[in-house]
Design a protein around this ligand. Structure first.
Ligand code: NAD
Ligand code: UDP
Length: 323
């Protein structure tokens, strides 16, 4: 059935792909964004489509729309950028959740929160299962993001329990792919940009910390499945790729795939940087019949191709914090 769908953060990396999929599926899509970490060009190819609309708005402010579904993705996601104005980051997660849950309640809309593996902090349980309550430093430099996302989950559950709002929560693990902001400062975009320019690859710490990288198409499929699953399942559910790599292995793979002459340089590890991260996706498999399909080398090759196709001068670094 055709739905009226709001995607907040819809001009961003994941949001723009989600909008594309929803528009192609015939839905009536409103993309809302303040363009803090994105730009209009991410969705300019959709502007001529009759079932797509673009709104510049900040989710910390109320907005009144009539919709059937809301995907709430608005929030800077890369550490350097979310730490640039930490108070704004926490306001975005918390006030954004309140405003959008209010809209969902008024419209009777279903609302999905793009939460994060960061709710687990620097985890003592490995791989991370949804029942693990996490190990977050509430006063550290990542807290504006981690605690903001944790409060947003709390608000979602409370609007659900107290007001019967139809919610969904997904916890997204590191996701990459074409249309990542080349200056987002995240590890995949940094390494590819550096490798293609034959510049030193900046490894923070010794590169022994791990992440598990999910390709954006797999992630978007999981997100849409969760939004539309029946049987009263609200989550939270982990969506990510369960194959774990060290950051050093990632650097070596990027160098290999791009034929780069870059060397590895080691820089200080930022505080509270999680030492390991890998999702347990048993729940997603069971409830959504979902698991990722794209292997890292293949996904990185596609991402490298995309980086080679763009002009870096077309992209404005959102903040100076992108290395
Ligand atoms: P992104 O930075 O490309 O997208 C976020 C979008 O939100 C941007 O377009 C930005 O301009 C917009 N935005 C930020 N603050 C806003 C505000 N106050 N009002 C309106 N719009 C605002 O990042 P992404 O990787 O596409 O992430 C999308 C969502 O998924 C985020 O909520 C992020 O926390 C979550 N997530 C992503 C990952 C990942 O690895 N990509 C992992 C975990 C969670
Ligand atoms: N990282 C790195 N070099 C970079 C950028 C990031 O070694 O140029 C490391 C970072 O310290 C972290 C991992 O790569 O351990 C993933 O960082 P990212 O910012 O992509 O996301 P996170 O998972 O930490 O939120």
């Amino acid at each position: 059935m055709i739905q009226r769908i709001l995607v907040t953060g819809g001009a961003g990396f994941l949001g723009s792909h989600l909008c594309e999929r929803l528009v192609d599926d015939g839905h009536d899509v409103i993309c809302l964004d303040n363009f803090f970490t994105s730009q209009k060009s991410n969705v300019s190819h959709l502007l001529g489509r009759p079932n797509f609309e673009l709104l510049r708005h900040d989710v910390t402010l109320p907005i009144f729309l009539e919709v059937d579904q809301i995907y709430n993705l608005a929030c800077p996601a890369a550490p350097g950028h979310y730490q640039y104005n930490p108070i704004k980051t926490i306001k975005t997660s918390v006030m954004g959740a309140i405003n959008l849950l209010g809209m969902a309640k008024r419209c009777g809309a279903r609302i999905l929160q793009a939460s994060t593996s960061e709710v687990y902090g620097d985890p003592e349980v490995h791989p991370q299962v949804e029942s693990y309550r996490g190990s977050v430093n509430p006063i550290g430099i990542r807290a504006c993001y981690d605690e903001g996302k944790r409060v947003a989950e709390t608000l979602f559950m409370d609007y659900h329990r107290s007001n019967g709002v139809d919610i969904r929560i997904i916890r997204i693990f590191n996701t990459y792919g074409p249309r990542m902001h080349p200056f987002d400062g995240r590890v995949v975009s940094n390494f590819i940009r550096q490798a293609l320019n034959h510049e030193p690859i900046t490894i923070f710490g010794e590169g022994t910390q791990t992440r598990s990288f999910c390709y954006r198409d797999d992630l978007v499929s999981g997100m849409i499945s969760m939004m539309n699953v029946g049987s009263g399942f609200v989550g939270p559910v982990n969506i990510g790729n369960p194959i774990e790599f060290t950051i050093r292995e990632l650097a070596e793979t990027v160098i290999d795939l791009s034929g780069s002459r870059s060397e590895l340089v080691f820089e200080p590890l930022p505080s509270d940087d999680p030492t390991r991260r890998r999702p347990d996706i048993s729940l997603a498999k069971e409830k959504l019949d979902w698991e990722p399909k794209m292997m890292l080398r293949e996904g990185l090759a596609k991402t490298i191709d995309w980086f080679q196709s763009i002009q870096l001068s077309d992209y404005r670094p959102p903040t100076p914090n992108y290395k």
